[in-house]
Design a protein. Structure first.
Length: 146
């Protein structure tokens, strides 16, 4: 619950109010960056974290949970795409406005460069039509957010 009110209260608010926008921002900030955040949420919800903290406080030691969480987040990061740069946006704008179903060699290389940077991937050029189509659709999703 946010600010000690049930979720149903916020769902009943006018979506244009400041209070509702703040609630949505709060929910967005609660999203897990990676596996470490998810494990922390589960251990908090089940009471395991409180028990571990209690035991390690009595021992006067650090349990290492924060370090472990950061390492797991870094290794198993959820898909949080980076923002498009101005030149990438302009390239995608031209590409999507051309409304073509054909992706030529040089175009695919440019799209791959954008895709790999934004999604932190290392995809290679492909002649697989469904593979190229899914990459283009993921880029379209990011492009539409701007």
């Amino acid at each position: 619950m946010y600010k000690n009110k049930p979720d149903s209260y916020y769902q009943s608010l006018d979506k244009r109010t400041k209070e509702y926008r703040e609630y949505k921002e709060y929910l967005a900030s609660q999203k897990s960056e990676g596996l470490g955040d998810t494990i922390e949420k589960v251990t908090k919800a089940t009471g395991i974290k409180q028990a571990v903290d209690y035991v390690f406080d009595k021992l006067g030691k650090d349990c290492g949970c924060d370090t472990r969480k950061e390492k797991l987040n870094k290794i198993f990061r959820y898909n949080n795409p980076k923002c498009l740069e101005q030149s990438e946006y302009e390239y995608l704008d031209d590409f999507f406005k051309s409304n073509t179903n054909i992706v030529r060699h040089q175009t695919q290389l440019e799209l791959l460069k954008i895709y790999n940077r934004v999604f932190s991937k290392n995809k290679k050029k492909s002649s697989c039509i469904p593979c190229v189509k899914s990459m283009v659709e993921e880029l379209r999703t990011i492009y539409k957010e701007y």
